[in-house]
Design a protein around this ligand. Structure first.
Ligand code: NCD
Length: 305
């Protein structure tokens, strides 16, 4: 890895990504020695709810032989006393060998990383980035489709506030994928992300209707409408439920089309999709463990040198 901190998919090169995915595949085939990182402690600082990301990072460090130090719920942390994030991470740096941060403010991980020397991993900063989700998304796509080259990917739902979308779009651009973004106009890609994608030569099209592209897709990546980031509850209610797929929607899809979702899902994917050959979202969630193990293994090994 050429970066100690993992903040944005924008700064992960194709080679960095391939290194992590190859290591994850190795780990999947042959689990590493249980004492490989026996002396390593991973701090988990989550200022926003999480099930998968939190638990899979904890599983990953434990399966590498290390341990997790959990800050615990934000209500019982010193943040409630008014401590700044910069001070919190400077303190935690003295306890742990690497730090995973989730925070509701976009840019929080970048800012915090400027205060610490241990590797800091962004596990989601508001509507910003979620680069490790992208690594496991790409791993899932590579396992299902055989390769990351020549993919046609549809990304549907909350493209405005969905940080998994922003990270994934940057990474897919590095693999020269064709990207179709499907959303209501009010939830289309933020201007800054669209600009970055165009600047880096992305092959992208934007649509308001899935029907226009479903037949072409190798992957359909569905996302949740991010209720917690909507400034206006009424606007949320109007839109939620509009971009929903079920087994009937997928009748027009290619047989090999892989349906993914970072989870949690609310209503975006009907339960009748779960039993189809398209459903890959639970496998995707499970891939979080080997992929986060691979990333931690690489970051912590570098740190030991
Ligand atoms: C996502 C997140 O937190 O950004 N979940 C995850 O990490 N698997 C997506 C979401 O919350 O909708």
């Amino acid at each position: 890895m050429s970066h100690d901190h993992v903040i944005s998919a924008k700064s992960l090169s194709r080679a960095d990504i391939e290194t992590v995915l190859d290591r994850a595949a190795e780990i999947d085939r042959t689990p590493p020695d249980r004492d490989r990182h026996a002396d390593d402690l991973l701090a988990l600082c989550f200022f926003e709810p999480s099930t998968r990301t939190h638990m899979s990072f904890e599983t990953a460090i434990k399966r590498l032989g290390g341990d997790a130090l959990d800050m615990g719920p934000v209500e019982s942390s010193s943040a409630t006393k008014g401590e700044s994030l910069a001070d919190t991470v400077r303190v935690v740096e003295g306890y742990a060998d690497a730090l995973v941060l989730r925070h509701p403010s976009e840019g929080a991980a970048q800012m915090a990383s400027e205060f610490v020397d241990i590797p800091l991993i962004n596990a989601g900063d508001g509507a910003g980035q979620h680069p490790t989700q992208t690594l496991l998304d790409l791993y899932t796509m590579r396992e299902a489709a055989g390769s990351l080259s020549d993919l046609t990917v549809g990304i549907m739902g909350d493209l405005k506030y969905g940080r998994t979308v922003h990270s994934l779009a940057y990474a897919l651009t590095k693999f020269d994928a064709r990207q179709h973004f499907v959303s209501p106009e009010s939830l289309s890609l933020p201007r800054s992300v669209r600009y970055d994608l165009h600047e880096s030569g992305a092959r992208l099209k934007e649509h308001t209707d899935l029907d226009a592209v479903i037949e072409e897709l190798d992957v359909l990546y569905v996302t949740r409408i991010q209720r917690e980031r909507f400034p206006d509850e009424n606007e949320y209610r109007q839109i939620a439920g509009e971009y929903r797929i079920d087994a009937a929607t997928l009748e027009d899809a290619r047989e090999e089309c892989v349906v993914m979702h970072p989870l949690p899902r609310v209503d975006e994917i009907a339960p009748d999709v779960d039993a189809t050959q398209h459903a890959h979202y639970f496998e995707q969630a499970h891939n979080a463990v080997p992929v986060r193990m691979a990333l931690l293994d690489l970051l912590l090994a570098e740190d030991d040198r």
